[in-house]
Each structure stands twice: as C-alpha cells, then as structure tokens.
Design a protein around this ligand. Structure first.
Ligand code: PLP
Length: 469
C-alpha cells in the first residue's frame, strides 16, 4: 500500500465488486477484517467505503455492515437448464440460414437502421480511404504480412491493456472475423470425432463450425448470470475425453452471462490439470457497462492454455471483416491455418483501422456506444416489464447486446417463426442455441439497435402472436 492507502483499498474493492466477487450475499468483509487483512487503519477503510458509497456502488445497513448495490435487478430470474449427459453430433436447424440471409441475426426487422450518430463510421471511412489511397497501385497484386499487419496487432494489444491483458504482438494472428477465428482455433486443437465442451445455451456459430468439422458436443449447464457451471463441466470431464471447451466469459450470447473472477481462475486450473484447451470468445468484452471492466479470461492464463478469439463486429462494424486470435500454445498452428483458409487480410483495411485505433477514435466511440446500449437495454426491459412482465422471464446483463427471454413452457418459438415472419418480424428462436433441442420456449432479443416506434410495434405484435393475446 502506498501513501494514498484508501485509494488502493478503493481500487481493490472496486475490482471485486465489478467481478461479482461478493455474490451471492453482496456483503463486503467487515471493517475489522479489512483492517486486518490489508494492514490498514480503520480511518483508511472508512474513507474508501465512504467514497464508494458516495458513488452508489455500496450501501451501509446499520449494524450489518456494507453491501454491494446490486446492478442485477432480475425480478424473476431464469433458471439454469439441465443438459444432456452424453456427447452427440451437431445438426444446425435450416432456419439459421434464413435468418442470416435476411441480415437480421441481431434485429427483429431486416435492416431497420442503426443509431443516428454515425460520425465514428465517417471517421473510420476517412482512415480506410486514406490507407487505400496511400498504397502504390503495383502493390495490389502482392500478399503481405500473412499473420497480419504489425501496426494493427500493436493497436489491438494496446487497447487490451485497458482491460488488463498484456500480450506480445508476435502472438496474435489477424483473421477475417471472430467466426473465422473460432473456426481455425477448433481446427488447430481438434480432429473429426473429438468431443468439445460448450456452454449451454451456446452461440449457434460455434455449433455450425462443429457440424462442419464433425466434432461432437457435450453441452455444459450454464447459469444465465454467472456463466458456465464448473461442477457440471468437471462431472462431464470425468466421463468423457474433452479436447477443448468453448466459453464466452464476458456477456455470452444469448444470456449475457458474466463469469465471476474466481470461476475464471478455476476454469483455467481445470484446463491445465486435465489438459484441454479453452477457446474464449471475447467478442462482447469491450461492451461492459461501467463501472464493470470485463477482463479477458486470457489475462489469467499463465500456461498458454487459452485461445482468445474476437473481432470488431459487435463493437464497431461487422463490415470490416477483421478479427484476431491470441493462440497461446497453438499460435503457430493457427497462423498456418489462417494462411490456408484466407492467405492474407486486406492491407489497407488493417492500416486504416490501426490509425483509427491509435488516434483514440475507437475508445471515444466505445464510451458513447456503451452509454447508448445501456439506455437501449433499459428501454427494452421497460417495454417488456410494462406489457408482459407476468408472462415472461428475461436476463439483465451488465454488458453486451442481448436479452435471453423465457416464455411459458407450452410455447415453441421456432414453430412460430414463419407466422411471425409473415408480419415482417424476424426472431432468433431459442432452439438455435442448443444441439439437443432445448430452449424451445426461449428467444434472444437484442438492444443493439435503437428501439424505434417500428421496433416497439414489432415487439407488441411478436408477443401477441407468441402469447396469443
Ligand atoms: C458470440 C459470437 N461470436 C462470434 C461471432 C462472429 O463474429 P464475426 O462477425 O466477427 O465473424 C458472433 C456473431 O454474431 C457472435 O455473436
């Protein structure tokens, strides 16, 4: 502790609060305990607690102590769903292709527009245009920097430092998006017929890759708030030889779950002990609602056991088709697979993006966008609460872009897909997020787009069809 001990204590508590360290009771250690474990005076502890209280992060209950102010106000939480005990092959329903072809994977309406403020895209286009114009024309027929442009690699890793991750630019490989990153990571670590543990519900893109690579899935129960259930994972590992485990510790889609720090460390220790690889999908990691800072799982990886996959698709633009992999032990193999599957990434896009990042535009835009997402999440929840509160349950994530909605067990969202589509509304049915036909009465709703009158009307129509009201 330095001379401003209260600031250090405040930082420790702030971090613990953000990582849900104090769940489920929310009670902070007593003042006496904090004094003893950290070797500071009572005045220092009180000073730090008062500052956190003034910010609304903690509150005092007379004679009981200090508690974390809950930012998880879920009135009727969704329960964890039991998953199948044995591995199985994956078959992805055909309607996924239909949803993707209507460009609506994260919207209810096909291309109903994004936020009015597109200044960041104008700036981004300026950077991309400048990079394109600066390339001598004769370079157009050369492939360069097979694992990616060093300036972009440095800019991405510089940005990760804000989230507590320090990595060597030699250990990152640029790809054409997070889906590509996940694909080559699974190719690098597994062979056809291998069993992969995947949190359930899972991102359908991973299920598609597994179907393509003929990998077997063992679905692992996942808490809609705290993510993958390690007890269930351990039980399954005891029974089945698992090659890799795919998880999204930061705002998993569709639930928005956020893994507590203790569970992250335990997961890595388990992977080291049992020798399986962790494939971390961190695509939503930049979209944490303050004061939460979403550290990547990779930050705790001392053995190169975690492969981090991500992209700018959710936080800036899907159109860039730029992603990356921090491949740990598998870096060389992943780089080779990038070469085989893509040869190289666009040099101009990488260069333009790197100057956009280095000049701070991305960070500026992120703070604006996160604020907007938070507002849009509130608006959507308000809308759901007002009209259907008694008929549905939903998650209330601390970041990301989606809500996981549970309806009455008698409702099948996939079966209603066509009827809803006839009204010009597209939904993402729950069954897309499982390989075992679970979550039939669930769906994912997104707050990525502004909740316009058109979307409000769509939600109303959607629920009247689903709930028959
Ligand atoms: C969790 C998750 N991972 C990966 C992807 C794929 O992202 P990209 O567009 O970068 O390929 C998506 C896209 O929806 C996603 O939701």
């Amino acid at each position: 502790m330095n001379q401003y001990k209260y600031l250090e204590l405040e930082a420790i508590l702030r971090k613990d609060i953000a990582s849900n360290h104090f769940l489920p009771s929310g009670k902070l250690p007593s003042i006496r305990e904090l004094c003893r474990t950290l070797g500071v005076s009572k005045a220092t502890v009180m000073h730090a607690l008062h500052r956190l209280e003034a910010e609304g992060l903690v509150f005092c209950r007379p004679k009981s102590g200090y508690f974390v102010t809950s930012n998880k106000r879920i009135d009727r939480p969704i329960q964890q769903v039991k998953t199948p005990a044995a591995p199985r092959a994956v078959t992805v329903p055909a309607i996924l292709k239909d949803i993707m072809s209507r460009s609506a994977a994260f919207d209810m309406l096909p291309s109903d527009g994004v936020s009015d403020d597109s200044n960041h895209l104008i700036t981004l286009n300026r950077h991309l245009g400048r990079a394109l114009r600066s390339k001598p024309t004769q370079k157009a027929f050369y492939y360069n920097n097979l694992s990616g442009d060093i300036r972009l690699k440095e800019a991405i890793l510089e940005h990760y430092q804000y989230r507590g991750l320090n990595q060597d630019p030699e250990k990152i490989c640029i790809t054409s998006g997070c889906q590509h990153s996940l694909f080559i990571s699974l190719m690098a670590t597994c062979e056809s017929g291998d069993t992969i543990a995947v949190e359930s519900p899972a991102f359908y893109g991973v299920l598609q890759i597994m179907e393509q690579l003929q990998l077997k899935i063992i679905e692992v129960a996942s808490d809609p708030e705290d993510g993958i259930n390690l007890e269930d994972l351990e039980e399954k590992i005891r029974e089945w030889p698992i090659k890799a485990c795919v998880v999204s510790p930061n705002f998993a889609t569709p639930t928005g779950a956020f893994m507590p720090e203790k569970a992250r460390i335990a997961l890595i220790n388990l992977a080291i002990e049992k020798g399986f690889c962790i494939i971390e999908d961190d695509i939503y990691g930049d979209l944490a609602f303050p004061p939460l800072v979403a550290e990547p799982l990779k930050k705790f990886d001392t053995h190169g056991q975690v492969i981090l996959c991500s992209s700018f698709s959710k936080s800036l633009s899907r159109d860039l088709r730029i992603g990356w992999v921090l491949g740990g032990k598998w870096h060389e193999k992943i780089t080779q697979l990038k070469l085989v599957t893509q040869l190289a990434s666009s040099e101009s896009i990488q260069e333009g993006l790197s100057t956009f990042l280095k000049e701070g535009h991305y960070r500026r835009y992120l703070s604006y966008q996160i604020n907007l997402l938070k507002q849009q999440q509130s608006t959507l929840i308000h809308l759901l609460k007002k009209s259907w509160h008694n008929d549905i349950r939903y998650t209330h994530a601390q970041g990301g872009i989606s809500l996981w909605v549970e309806l009455d067990a008698s409702i099948d969202t996939q079966q209603s897909y066509k009827k809803i589509l006839e009204q010009g509304i597209i939904i993402t049915p729950g069954s897309l997020f499982s390989a075992s036909g679970q979550y039939k009465n669930f769906m994912r709703l997104s707050y990525l787009h502004p909740i316009t009158d058109k979307r409000k009307a769509a939600i109303k129509t959607l629920f009247s069809i689903l709930l028959g009201k």
